[in-house]
Design a protein around this ligand. Structure first.
Ligand code: FAD
Length: 519
């Protein structure tokens, strides 16, 4: 039977290594590639203007690539469980395909949509391609528990073997019997909206440093993979949080939106490594992709992963509620130039280096401000181009020493840390031009500069730039004691003290599997 198919793009905004799209094309006469602007996911609290621009760019690129295959992208708005049944009827759909997505919201959404599809006789096929492995399998291999250490994850990955090889993008030959019927009204009914049409304020947008889209992703991947020596000697801790141009790949936004397949990334690295001496996980680039896998597995296996309460592996901490401190951190007004420069880069450009994320996350939580990691997570979710539910939650727990990492007495100094890789403070001068005339001696601590130097720099601390919000030396010591207390309160049976947690979240995953065809 020749099918009429909807391929539902959500993440996975690409044609290469897209097994669910290939499943849609198989035995298909009519293909409708659909993207849904879902008010739950696509709202201004979750998506900042930089990320909106990235998404719209990625959709345009996808539409361009589909057009080359004589197809089109159909963008619709609304709740998927409302929108899709209407489209099933309108287009007489017989098959729905999509990429497996393990976020709790996505699992519930997909479960609902799958039921609605089945009720209408629509076959549902989904495929794993957002992660290197089927992470359900990793959990199964670990006796139903998500591995809580990287070493354990690595050991399981080893027993499973290398990730599946990516599959090529569909060709004109694959599409020879497939049509996409679009009307003259397509732009009006199903076109990709502009940022203005979405009612977004584009005034804060700066240069588009990381344009969205699969073609840009593959171009950037190619560029990096040409640098054999750099790739082979890559060691994450040796990269710099405050270089003026990024010291790591910045492929994360492309991986998050699925413009770049993580398996393509993995296998391209394997090719570069072949025959060469190279670094290894956890510090290598392969190692970075395994970190991603680690947090994805944890996020699927640990209920309430993005919260402290109800999260069985997370240390319960009596974080303070200090809206003025939180606002100062978010708005780059802490009075610590290194922290404020990072938060400015985040707001302006949507990407900051991993160790810069360390510095500001530690500062907000256990280091200085004693504000819950959940608050930081929300700000990152909105401002990061690569905002990813699992990675954001997992890394915030790590940095706040709530889960995975327990050396809470190791605190980043908001002054000394940045100096290690940027003595002259060029990074601060770039993002906080107000401070650019301070001599290197004072650029990290302008409040220590004599009045005459502040005057000569044209910036008076307390008037033009704030005094430090807290005294790091004093507060960080107090906070270490508070953290010690929180650790002491953890019950001996607390799963966060043992090696793993029993998985309770299986029900939704199993529900979906029963309803959809797992391939
Ligand atoms: P590279 O070093 O070039 O690494 C290559 C790829 O590996 C990345 O693109 C990413 O997909 C993956 N990766 C690298 N580091 C990590 C890591 N620590 N954990 C998981 N995957 C990793 N990353 C996100 O993609 N989305 C987030 O929302 C996010 N939130 C974070 C929040 C905090 C508090 C911290 C400390 C880190 C967070 N990270 C997040 C992880 C990491 O900082 C970014 O993935 C990385 O900086 C992206 O830059 P890159 O592509 O140049 O990384």
């Amino acid at each position: 039977m020749a099918h009429t198919c909807i391929h539902w793009f959500r993440k996975g905004l690409r044609l290469h290594d897209n097994p669910a799209l290939m499943a849609a094309i198989k035995d298909c006469k009519q293909l409708y590639p659909v993207f849904i602007l879902d008010p739950y996911l696509h709202n201004n609290a979750c998506v900042g203007i930089n990320r909106w621009r990235f998404l719209i760019g990625a959709l345009k690129d996808l539409d361009g690539s589909l057009r080359k295959l004589n197809s089109r992208l159909f963008v619709v708005r609304g709740k998927p469980e409302d929108v899709l049944p209407k489209l099933f009827t309108k287009w007489k759909v017989t098959r729905l395909t999509y990429e497996y997505d393990t976020e709790p919201y996505s699992l519930q959404r997909d479960s609902k949509v799958t039921s609605l599809a089945k009720e209408r006789g629509v076959e549902v096929i989904y495929k794993v391609s957002h992660t290197l492995y089927n992470i359900d399998r990793i959990i199964e291999e670990n006796n139903g528990k998500p591995p809580l250490t990287y070493t354990k994850l690595q050991a399981i990955a080893k027993t499973i073997g290398p990730p599946k090889r990516p599959i090529p993008a569909p060709t004109m030959d694959d599409m020879k019997d497939v049509k996409t019927s679009s009307s003259e009204n397509h732009e009006k009914e199903y076109g990709i909206p502009t940022l203005e049409e979405l009612g977004l304020d584009t005034a804060p947008l700066g240069e588009d440093l990381f344009p969205g889209g699969e073609r840009e992703a593959l171009r950037r991947l190619d560029e990096h993979m040409k640098r054999t020596k750099w790739v082979c000697s890559f060691e994450k801790p040796q990269t710099s949080p405050n270089s003026l141009s990024p010291s790591t790949t910045v492929l994360s936004p492309y991986v998050t939106f699925g413009c770049l397949s993580v398996r393509t990334f993995w296998w391209r690295l394997t090719e570069v490594y072949r025959g060469n001496k190279h670094s290894d996980p956890p510090v290598s680039l392969h190692g970075q992709l395994l970190w991603r896998e680690f947090f994805y597995t944890a996020s699927l296996g640990i209920p309430n992963f993005n919260k402290m309460e109800g999260n069985s592996v997370c240390t319960q901490v009596d974080w303070d509620t200090k809206p003025d401190y939180l606002a100062a951190w978010r708005e780059a007004r802490t009075g610590y130039p290194f922290i404020d420069a990072i938060m400015t880069q985040l707001r302006q450009e949507g990407w900051i280096h991993h160790l810069a994320r360390h510095a500001v996350a530690c500062f907000l939580t256990r280091g200085d401000l004693w504000i819950s990691w959940e608050e930081g997570q929300k700000v990152f979710e909105q401002l990061l181009l690569d905002g990813d539910w699992a990675l954001n939650a997992g890394n915030w727990q790590w940095l706040s020493a709530s889960t995975f990492f327990h050396q809470y007495f190791r605190v980043y100094s908001p002054v000394a840390f940045g100096k290690k890789t940027d003595k002259n403070g060029d990074y601060i001068r770039k993002y906080l031009p107000l401070l650019k005339k301070f001599p290197a001696e004072y650029i990290y601590e302008p409040w220590k500069a004599p009045r005459s130097i502040q005057q000569a720099a044209g910036c008076i601390v307390g008037k033009d730039y704030p005094h430090p919000i807290v005294q790091h030396e004093v507060i960080s010591k107090k906070n270490i004691q508070r953290m010690k207390l929180a650790y002491a309160k953890r019950s001996p049976e607390s799963p966060s003290k043992s090696k793993g947690v029993k998985r309770k979240a299986a029900s939704i995953i199993e529900m979906i599997k029963k309803k959809a065809k797992v391939k």
